[in-house]
Structures are given as structure tokens and as C-alpha cells.
Design a protein around this ligand. Structure first.
Ligand SMILES: Nc1ncnc2c1ncn2[C@@H]1O[C@H](COP(=O)(O)OP(=O)(O)OP(=O)(O)O)[C@@H](O)[C@H]1O
Length: 513
């Protein structure tokens, strides 16, 4: 018998970023729908000292698993791509660059096009999930972040699209969500809630605005060192939790000549490193795959060890059968992981799974590949410009509303003591307002510099530039004008401070009231 899923997904390469897409007539809100199955790729890690015979082969982009001691018995699988990383000296060795070029780059393009996207790393302990996602600063996460900043610079230079980037990092351990970027004086235990549009989010999770890879790197270091790990007999640094690193990108560009109306598009890329999958089968009390046979078998519910993984397995099976069985209730809310990944698995997202396997563990490798087969049958519909991801912002309107809001907040604060929510509201307004202004200033500067490049009278240009910047600043009070000039650094600092704990010292420090 052979498990074979022969499916070719449409190629999605090409110039995809949102600026080009919009120029060709497609606008946010037009609800472009992209149908596509979850992409599945397999990667086999190097053979280690503890590995017995190598039972995995990858001829012609197929994955063949040989039954130990029965050389003629094998199982075959076909996915979108196989990465052979068994032996570094092998000419076919799939490096970190190869996984990025094949998977990471495309996901980054999706993100910049405005699609929500997700990569899930699945596999048993020690099969190479963390190596693939994080590596030694060369995994999918660091490489994607590095290239993101190169792309955002190009978007501004070539298309005057301003991009702001935020990152967050959390883990799910024993059904509890922990903020991996929270500092020690902050309670990191968080709850999942649903927004008005019914999409789940982690309430109180810190999101940091980042402007360079170096900044991201610091957060990755902090997050990784906070991650729950423990040694097991299989892997000395075994992750017992699922980690989710999210890159949120907001793109904006002016849609009028007076630089007043700004169009914004927000999208997220989730990079998920799941806990070792053998924990799921261990909860069954045996090593049988839940997907063995016709694929209908289900994980037992109520696993105390890793409810999230068992629920994920059940949900993947249900989703893969969605075409035949319409109106099936998908129990996303039964575990923290599946609830938070609701859109990524079977919803509005371009999603890929990288199934990591060991070269010598027959049962676990088969289990992973069957899991991957089920996943590859799931169809997602990714929409561009759906829900609250796009909006048009009138900067003058924001400024006006800001002034009203600020007056209200001042009144509340004059009457009351420290109010976290009040300050948070203030920060939200402040940030939106200043981001809009700084982007407007950048766009204005850019226009003038562009003309200057054509060899016009430079000093006249500079004067003009000065005058236009002054005009923008003159519209606002002195404090705000100063803030505009230092918007980028001060906003990051203020956000970090607010997230680290609100105190009246902040009010004094920034003198914003
Ligand atoms: N493709 C690869 N090339 C080189 N080394 C690898 C590769 N994949 C995994 N390794 C090495 O194998 C070991 C186990 O990998 P890793 O920690 O990434 O596994 P894991 O699946 O994340 O395990 P866990 O679920 O326990 O966290 C590490 O020492 C890692 O460096």
C-alpha cells in the first residue's frame, strides 16, 4: 500500500507586493479570494550518532520510508517539496537557504501582498523543527525578518508605501498562553479572546514596533530564552511548548495629492514551532498514528499532556473532510493552540506546514507523514482586504479626533489616579497620529528629494522642503512637533515603557499631558 498525495499547487512566484498589485487596479476592499490547499513540505534531518539505519529516501521529490529489516517493504508519500538534509556532504543536501528560498520567501511575499500567512513546523522531538524555524540565526524566522526590512525599504523608495512592522512572541504550554517578550515584572499569563469580527487574539500580548533586523534579533533572543524547554532522552533541548512568533505589517500610502488620505493594509505572518508530536501519540497509550487506516480515526480527547496537539490532529482531519461533509462543526475552541490558529488552519490564510522527520524512527516518521498528508488536503481561502485588514485613514480627521480624545483623557486623568486603560488609549491614539504624520513627512521629503535628483536648483529645493515640513509642524503644538521629529525612536521607547508597566513617572518623563 502506498500513501500518495499527488497534488501540484499553483506556482505563486513573481512580483507580488502590494504596491504593484494596487497599481494594476486591485484595491484593498476588493476582496480578492485565493483558494489553495495548505502547502506541505517534508524535511529529514541529519543522521546522528544515536540513529540506527537510515530508513528515509527522497528520490524525485517523493518521500519513501523503508520498513526496518524488511528492505522490500516501503511507504511512499508525495508533497509539495522534499528537503533532504541527511548529510551535509551530499550534493542534494537541502540547506537553510534552500528552505528559505522555497518557502520563506514566498510567505514573505504573501505577507507583503496583504495576505495573512502562516508556517507550521510539525514533527517529533529532535526532528529539526526549531532548527528549521530558528536555526543558528539562519532559520526561516531570522531570514524572513532580515529580508522583510530590505523589502520595506524598497517599497518606500520605489512606491512610496510606508511600512510599519510589529512583532510578538508567545508560547502555549499546558493550555496556558505566556508572553515570551514580557519582562519579568509583568504577569506573562494571558487569555485568548475574540474580537468583534470573531477572530481570536491574545489579550494583553505585547507587540513591539521594530525598525531593523537588529531590533528583531533582540526580541528573538529574549523570547527564545524564555521558552519552556526541558531535556528528554531524545533531545537535550526539547521544546515542551508551542511557540508562535508573529510579524504584523501595516502598509500605508497616500491616495491623494494633498497627502491627507492614507490607505492602510494590515497583514500577519505567523511562524509556529510546535511541541514534539510524539506527545500526542503518547497520550493514546500507544505509538499508533491517529491517522492510520482510512484517516477517520481520532485522537482521544482530554489529554492532560498536550491537549493542543491532540485537538489539532482532530481538527486537521475534520477540515480535510470538509468538502464531502459540509456544515461540520470545527471545535477550534477546544484547545488554546487551535483557537488562536483558527484562521491559519482552514480559514483566511495562506498556510504551509513543514513536516520534520528523523531519518531512523519508523513509527514516528510514518505518523508525521500521515499527519502531513491529511493537512495537505485542507483548502484555505485567503482574502485580500477582508474584514478589518484594510481601511482608509484621513490624517486630518485623525488629528481632529485625537485632539478631542486627548481632551477627554486629560479630563479623566485630572479626576482619577493611574488608569491603565486610559493611558493605553492615549498611547494608541498617539501612535496612530504620529505614525500618520511621520509618514506624511517622509513622503513629502521624498517628493522634494526626487525633484532634486533631477539636478534642479538644490538650495531652492531645500528651502521648499524646509517650508513644507514647517507647514506640517506649524499645524500642531510644539510638543507634538518635537515628537514628530523624533517619532521613530521615541515611540518605540514609549511603547516599551508602557508595556513594561504604567506609572505616573511616564507622564512626567514624556510630559505628554
Ligand atoms: N537540517 C538540519 N541540519 C543540521 N542539523 C539539524 C537539522 N535539523 C536538526 N538538526 C539538529 O538536530 C538537533 C535537534 O533539532 P531541533 O532541536 O531543531 O529539534 P526539534 O524538532 O525542534 O525538537 P523539540 O521538539 O524537542 O524542540 C539539533 O541539534 C539541531 O541542530
Amino acid at each position: 500500500m502506498s500513501d500518495t498525495s499527488k497534488r501540484q499547487l499553483p506556482s505563486e512566484s513573481g512580483s507580488l507586493h502590494v504596491a504593484k498589485q494596487r497599481k494594476s487596479g486591485s484595491r484593498p476592499g476588493s476582496n480578492d479570494k485565493h483558494l489553495g490547499n495548505i502547502k506541505v513540505m517534508v524535511r529529514v534531518r541529519p543522521t546522528g550518532a544515536k540513529d540506527a539505519e537510515n530508513i528515509v529516501k527522497m528520490p524525485d521529490n517523493r518521500t519513501v520510508v523503508l520498513e526496518p529489516k524488511k528492505s522490500l517493504s516501503s511507504k511512499q508519500f508525495q508533497f509539495d517539496r522534499c528537503f533532504w538534509s541527511c548529510n551535509r556532504d551530499d550534493p542534494n543536501y537541502a540547506s537553510q537557504d534552500d528552505t528559505y528560498e522555497t518557502l520563506g520567501r514566498e510567505m514573505l511575499q504573501n505577507l507583503l501582498m496583504g495576505f495573512n500567512s502562516c508556517i507550521l513546523a510539525y514533527g517529533q522531538t529532535g526532528s529539526g523543527k526549531t532548527y528549521t524555524m530558528m536555526g543558528d540565526n539562519d532559520g526561516l524566522i531570522p531570514k524572513t525578518c532580515r529580508e522583510l526590512f530590505t523589502s520595506t525599504d524598497a517599497l518606500f523608495e520605489e512606491h512610496q508605501v510606508g511600512v510599519s512592522v510589529k512583532v510578538s512572541f508567545f508560547e502555549i504550554y499546558q493550555e496556558q498562553v505566556y508572553d515570551l517578550l514580557a519582562l519579568s515584572n509583568h504577569n506573562p499569563k494571558l487569555k485568548i479572546r475574540e474580537g468583534q469580527d470573531k477572530s481570536p487574539f491574545v489579550d494583553g500580548l505585547t507587540h513591539y514596533k521594530v525598525e531593523s533586523y537588529e531590533e528583531v534579533e533582540k526580541f528573538l533572543e529574549r523570547g527564545n530564552s524564555n521558552r519552556t524547554t526541558a531535556s528528554t532522552s531524545m533531545n537535550m533541548q526539547s521544546s515542551r511548548s508551542h511557540s508562535v512568533f508573529t510579524i504584523s505589517v501595516t502598509q500605508e500610502r497616500f491616495i491623494d495629492d494633498t497627502l491627507t488620505k492614507c490607505e492602510q493594509l494590515t497583514s500577519h505572518l505567523r511562524l509556529v514551532d510546535l511541541a514534539g508530536s510524539e506527545r500526542a501519540s503518547a497520550t493514546l497509550g500507544n505509538t499508533e498514528s491517529p491517522f492510520k487506516g482510512n484517516g477517520n480515526a481520532r485522537f482521544k480527547e482530554g489529554s492532560q499532556i498536550n491537549k493542543s496537539l491532540t485537538t489539532l490532529g482532530r481538527i486537521l482531519t475534520l477540515l480535510s473532510q470538509r468538502k464531502e461533509q459540509k456544515n461540520v462543526m470545527i471545535p477550534y475552541r477546544e484547545s488554546a493552540l487551535t483557537w488562536i490558529l483558527k484562521e491559519s488552519i482552514g480559514g483566511n490564510s495562506k498556510t504551509a506546514m513543514i513536516a520534520c522527520i528523523s531519518p531512523s524512527d519508523y513509527d514516528e516518521t510514518l505518523s508525521t507523514l500521515r499527519y502531513a498528508t491529511v493537512t495537505s488536503q485542507i483548502e484555505n481561502v485567503a482574502s485580500l482586504g477582508a474584514g478589518e485588514s484594510t481601511r482608509t485613514v484621513d490624517i486630518d480627521d485623525v488629528v481632529q479626533r485625537y485632539e478631542v480624545e486627548k481632551a477627554k483623557l486629560l479630563e479623566t486623568l485630572a479626576k482619577d489616579d493611574t488608569k491603565r486603560r486610559t493611558l493605553e488609549n492615549y498611547m494608541r491614539w498617539n501612535e496612530e497620529y504620529l505614525l500618520g504624520l511621520s509618514f506624511r513627512m517622509k513622503a513629502q521629503t521624498r517628493r522634494h528629494l526626487k525633484s532634486a535628483e533631477f539636478g534642479d536648483n538644490c538650495s531652492a529645493m531645500l528651502e521648499q522642503l524646509y517650508a513644507s515640513m514647517r507647514r506640517i509642524m506649524d499645524n500642531f503644538n510644539e510638543q507634538v512637533a518635537l515628537k514628530v521629529m523624533e517619532a521613530e525612536s521615541s515611540l518605540t521607547e514609549m511603547t516599551v515603557d508602557i508595556q513594561n508597566g504604567v506609572s505616573w513617572d511616564l507622564v512626567e518623563k514624556y510630559g505628554v499631558f
